[in-house]
Structures are given as structure tokens and as C-alpha cells.
Design a protein around this ligand. Structure first.
Ligand SMILES: Cc1ncc(COP(=O)(O)O)c(C=O)c1O
Length: 411
């Protein structure tokens, strides 16, 4: 199998670095993986894809690994694009879709990035990895590290959803709760590097998670027959997903695979409880100030400072998109709207995107006939705390009041 990676490139100043060894940041900022796209396009015909298994690895010419037997996989299926015939019209839209990433192993889109990063770690002979996480990335890394036989350390805020805590421990990762936020966890991983000799798998601190996330954009393009949608709404924390998709579209364009010149307007959605990217966007800045007092039930987007802030903001601006904060207090309501209108178990992060849809359609920024895609980045079932509710009870099964049953209240 051929690998078409040519080099790594600093996202800040385009310095070239070799791709034949593990790399982290350059001048404290992330690296892009660059490919010989012309040769990749010659090696792979677009029409060939349909004959390959329906997984992220079908785009292997656009991915960084060198041998197919190096892949660390748990069966990363292509995720469905689910039409929304009720949620769309609720907001006056005729062409709304949810790309449901909750179907991936470990129940979130983090599987794509971590499958790729752990594959590369194993290819480089790395035997110990560590990650600071808002939750789902830790769960995914723990699972793929277990699969690869690599020792894993996970550091998460002490109020991370319990399922994330348990899934890491279950998969054998040495998992620690940390007072504070993901940025405090990141400091611990940095501090321990020398003494513990682990490889830092933090968001964007190694170059390959983006490449895994990029497959969301490749898949979306293929599923829509190479016509990209008008608008993509994406819950944004560290930003790898949004940056990765934007990179996918650029590469497809360069290869001449896109059916038209149009690229989607990218909407980076945050909660008003943690909105550093939105604040920088509104101020016209390229780098974001850390967001003090970050608090949101949407734990995946509780990221007060992102090392790839400028990459997110560049992509959003280049796309003609927006960065938007929605009301933290309504996240539960939007989760229910998604689940009740379409049966989709959307995570709190994606619920924020429904809030953004409400605002953008009301403002007329999204037009009724535009094709809009929301990414459901994780399964609601991973958030028992956010889903918690009081259910009505039957006190005595021998004395049931059926009118009360019909009304859905205790009897
Ligand atoms: C469910 C969910 N959605 C969105 C995000 C944010 O992802 P990104 O780092 O790509 O911005 C996360 C990150 O933890 C997440 O777990």
C-alpha cells in the first residue's frame, strides 16, 4: 500500500517537518499533515470508493498510515445521514440532516480521531500514551489503546459524565479525576511527560487526530454525491472536527473531486457558559482569550482555551460562517426536541446546534431551502446526568387509574 504523506507543516508559519517520526507542536502550535494529492488522486478513482468497505479506512490514500495491517480498528462504520422531516419544518427548513456520529465505537465521533492517532502511535512504536479529556476522547483513547496493547493514562475533570469515567477504567486506562477543567488536566500531562515518558495525545498536539476527524468531511461529501451542503453546524470545543472537515474539503477541491465550487458555511457552536471562540470571532481576533469560569452541561465543548483557536477561526471566516453561543439554560429543551421530533438521541453538545439553528433561521441567515447538516457528535446515552428525570410511578399495581396513565402521571 502507498502512503502519500509528504511532510508535516506548521499551521502557524508553514515550517516543514519530517513525518517519519513522532511529532508534537511547532512553536507551541499544531501541525498539518500534507500529502501529494496529485499522486493520491491518480492512485484512487472516486468511483472505486463504493467498492470498498463502508468505513473511514476506505479513504486510505488520504490518510497517513503506511501499512494496512497497522490499522487499529474497532469497526468504524460510515455514519448515517438521517433526514429530519419533522425537525426541519419546525424551523422552516426543507433540507435538514443529522450526521449521526453516535453510531461509532465508543458512542462518539472521537473514535475517528483516536483510531487514527493510536494507529500512528503504534506505527511509531509508542508504548505509553496520555490524554487530558473532556470525556469522550478519553473513552475513545482508552478503547483503542486497549485494542493496540498500548498503556494509557487519562486525566479528566472530576465532574466529567460518569459514563466517560467508567468507560476509561473499564478499558484498563489508568484514569484520574482532576479538580478543574480540561486545561488543568493538560498541564498534568505536560508536567508528567519527562518523568513518565508518555506521548501526549492532547487535541491537536499530535498531528493525526485531525486526519481521522477529516473523514467526517470526506464521508459527507461522498454521501451527498460530492455536492457539499450549504451550512454545517458543529459543536466546537478543541475544534478538531471543524478543522478536519475544512481540511477535507480543501483536499477534495484540490483533487478536483467536488461537484461544484461551493463550500459550506461552517458554524462553530458553543454554549454561553463557555464561548472563547465566539468571543474572539465577535471581536475580529484570530486568537482567543481563555474563557474564565467555563461551565456547561455539554462537557465536550467545555474547553476554555484551544491550542488550535486560530485554525477554527480561520476556517469559520474563510467559509463565510459564524461562531455562535447559545443559552446554556435551554440545552435540555433542545435535547428533548431532537429526541421527540426525530427519535435521535442527540448529545448536549449537539443540542446546542439545535439552539443555533433556531437563532439562524429566525434571523434569516439560513434560508428555508438551504441544505443544512448538524453533526450529532455523541450519543445522549453517554450523559446520564444531563438526561436525568423523575418518572411517574405506579404505587399499587392492583389500583391503577387509567386516566392518570393516559396523562402520563403517577397513579
Ligand atoms: C460529544 C462532543 N461533541 C463535541 C466535542 C468538541 O469537539 P472538537 O474538539 O472537535 O471541537 C466533543 C469533545 O470532547 C465531544 O465529546
Amino acid at each position: 500500500m502507498n502512503c502519500f504523506v509528504t511532510h508535516l507543516e506548521s499551521a502557524l508559519d508553514a515550517t516543514r517537518l519530517p513525518a517519519d517520526r513522532p511529532q508534537t507542536l511547532h512553536k507551541d502550535r499544531p501541525l498539518w499533515v500534507r500529502y501529494d494529492l496529485e499522486s493520491a488522486g491518480q492512485a484512487l478513482a472516486r468511483s472505486e470508493l463504493a467498492r470498498r468497505p463502508a468505513s473511514m479506512w476506505r479513504y486510505r490514500e488520504l490518510l497517513p498510515y503506511a501499512q494496512s495491517d497497522a490499522v487499529v480498528s474497532l469497526g468504524e462504520t460510515m455514519t448515517p445521514l438521517v433526514a429530519c422531516p419533522r425537525l426541519g419544518p419546525h424551523f422552516g427548513l426543507s433540507d435538514l440532516w443529522v450526521k449521526d456520529e453516535s453510531r461509532l465505537p465508543t458512542g462518539s465521533f472521537k473514535s475517528r480521531g483516536l483510531a487514527m492517532a493510536v494507529t500512528m502511535a503504534r506505527q511509531f512504536g509508542i508504548q505509553r500514551v496520555a490524554i487530558p479529556t473532556a470525556g469522550n476522547a478519553g473513552g475513545a483513547m482508552a478503547a483503542y489503546a486497549a485494542r493496540a496493547g498500548i498503556e494509557a493514562f487519562v486525566f479528566m475533570p472530576d465532574d466529567t459524565p460518569t459514563i466517560n469515567q467508567y468507560e476509561c477504567q473499564l478499558a484498563g486506562a489508568k484514569t484520574f479525576l482532576v479538580p478543574g477543567l480540561i486545561t488543568d488536566c493538560g498541564k498534568i500531562v505536560r508536567q508528567g511527560q519527562q518523568r513518565m515518558g508518555w506521548f501526549d495525545m492532547s487535541t491537536l498536539k499530535e498531528p493525526y487526530r485531525i486526519e481521522g476527524k477529516k473523514t467526517m468531511g470526506l464521508e459527507l461529501a461522498e454521501q451527498f454525491d460530492w455536492h457539499l451542503p450549504d451550512v454545517i453546524l458543529y459543536p466546537t470545543g478543541g475544534g478538531t472536527g471543524l478543522i478536519g472537515m475544512w481540511k477535507a474539503f480543501a483536499e477534495l477541491e484540490q483533487m478536483g473531486w467536488l461537484a461544484d465550487a461551493k463550500r459550506p458555511r461552517m458554524v462553530a457552536v458553543q454554549s454561553d457558559g463557555c464561548a472563547p471562540i465566539v468571543r474572539a470571532f465577535e471581536r475580529g481576533e484570530r486568537f482567543a482569550e481563555p474563557f474564565l469560569g467555563a461551565a456547561t452541561v455539554a462537557s465536550g465543548i467545555r474547553v476554555p482555551a484551544a491550542v488550535g483557536d486560530f485554525m477554527i477561526l480561520d476556517a469559520v471566516r474563510a467559509s463565510g460562517g459564524r461562531a455562535l453561543a447559545v443559552s446554556e439554560s435551554r440545552i435540555r429543551e433542545w435535547m428533548e426536541l431532537g429526541a421527540r421530533s426525530e427519535g435521535l438521541a442527540i448529545c448536549p453538545e449537539t443540542a446546542a446546534c439545535i439552539g443555533a439553528l433556531e437563532q439562524l433561521t429566525r434571523e434569516g441567515w439560513i434560508k428555508p431551502a438551504e441544505r443544512v447538516v448538524i453533526f450529532n457528535t455523541g450519543a445522549a446515552q453517554k450523559y446520564p446526568e444531563a438526561m436525568a428525570c423523575e418518572l411517574p410511578r405506579i404505587a399499587d399495581p392492583a389500583k391503577i387509574d387509567w386516566d392518570r396513565i393516559a396523562a402520563g402521571v403517577s397513579t
